[in-house]
Design a binder for this molecule. Structure first.
Ligand code: ADP
Ligand code: MG
Length: 378
């Protein structure tokens, strides 16, 4: 309720030393898995008068400095749950500060801490709710949406950083400004860090390849993958963080060496949602079922080939998985009875390149920015 939020905000202001001198919390904007995000006014740079929030330090400053301040006057304060591990929090902050400098990534303003309570301060970005626009979005608007999202990923990926949780709620898009910023680097990971983990756990991984295979071999009569209820076998050490429905096949298969290509798959899933006007598109709650959903789209043969390429085995007797897959064009038609007006063929070409099972062959962010669909925005 509103009163609870007020209470929470006052508590947070009192909890972190110096917070209330610098910021005044005005409301809650989000509640995620790992944090609560509040909207706040930057008090050091603002003064209230009857016309609204105005600048106080403008006089004598150059235009660029004042623009910077104008953007920073409203902030988002992300209160990270104390249950998050300190290394995770440190990771998010260090990645955010490394990625400063792209206009498609929310830049870190500051971070504050008291004991195990950490808050991250970002400029506030007004944005439209994906659920409100994904099904009515004009094709030209999609070009702009992906130009921003791919711009953010090009930047992160050039630093060897995988975001690992690309999905609409982590990409704040402003329809009016035709501009979006990527947020939430809470699960982000450097490609190189991952190799260090892998080297340490080589032994575990060999044991686990067979675990994964066993999982795929057992199916019950209802044609659903059979998963041992209490699987006490050691899990794969590969990172499988992310959000259901957006995980790339190599993440679902727990391939130990993952690359920035995992984010490109998730971009493809967003585009698929728009073209089929269905969000979320993939519904399954566990990884094995998620692979089956993907297999239904790609067909058994292509799926088997790609999965073996990733060093795993894909076996299924689920009747909905046909030998051959479904064309994305037919899929979009099937979900849009009246058809989507003016869908250019190149949007499907981009979709196919993003939703490519083999991460090595999947389109990269910089390549996608050069794709005719994205370049064609007016
Ligand atoms: P979590 O790790 O809890 O998912 P996020 O960083 O994704 O945290 O933030 C949760 C939500 O808060 C986002 O989905 C978004 O709606 C809102 N939010 C986060 N950062 C900002 C920002 N800079 N400007 C506006 N809204 C934001
Ligand atoms: Mg989030």
């Amino acid at each position: 309720s509103c009163e609870e939020t007020q209470e929470e905000m006052r508590e947070l202001e009192n909890l972190i030393p110096g917070l209330s001198e610098q910021y005044r919390l005005v409301g809650k904007i989000g509640e995620g898995t790992f944090s609560t995000v509040y909207k706040a006014i930057d008090l050091q740079h603002e003064r209230y008068d009857n016309s609204g929030w105005t600048m106080i330090f403008d006089a004598g400053r150059d235009q660029r400095a004042s623009q910077r301040r104008r953007r920073a006057r409203v902030v988002a304060i992300k209160k990270i749950y104390v249950t998050s591990s300190p290394t995770r929090i440190a990771n998010e902050i260090s990645i955010l500060s490394e990625l400063r400098g792209s206009r498609f990534i929310a830049p870190l303003v500051t971070a504050m801490r008291r004991e195990d309570q950490v808050v991250v301060v970002l400029p506030y970005f007004r944005n439209d709710d994906f659920r409100r626009f994904y099904s009515t979005m004009h094709i030209d608007e999609m070009r702009w949406y992906f130009a921003s999202l791919l711009g953010a990923l090009e930047h992160a990926h050039s630093h060897g950083i995988m975001h690992r949780d690309i999905k609409p709620s982590n990409f704040l898009y402003d329809l009016r400004r035709r501009h979006g910023v990527l947020v939430d680097f809470g699960l982000a990971e450097r490609e190189c860090d991952q190799e260090a983990t892998r080297a340490r756990s080589r032994h575990t991984l060999q044991m686990d390849a067979s675990t994964a295979m066993r999982l795929f071999r057992s199916f019950d009569q209802r044609g659903r993958p059979g998963i041992p209820r209490k699987d006490t076998r050691p899990g794969l050490r590969a990172n499988r963080a992310g959000t259901r429905g957006f995980r790339a096949p190599e993440v679902l298969l727990k391939v130990p060496r993952q690359s920035v290509a995992i984010d490109m798959w998730s971009v493809g899933v967003i585009l698929l949602c728009m073209l089929t006007r269905r969000f979320p598109f993939f519904q399954s709650t566990d990884d094995t079922e998620a692979l089956l959903e993907i297999a239904v789209l790609f067909g058994r043969l292509e799926m088997e080939r790609a999965v073996s390429q990733l060093g795993r085995t894909f076996l299924t007797n689920v009747p909905t998985v046909k030998d051959r897959g479904i064309r994305f064009e037919s899929l979009a038609k099937a979900y849009n009875a009246e058809g989507y007006p003016n869908l250019p063929p190149d949007v499907f070409d981009l979709l196919r390149r993003l939703l490519t099972l083999d991460p090595e062959k999947r389109i990269t962010a910089s390549e996608a920015l050069q794709h005719s669909f994205v370049v064609g925005r007016k």
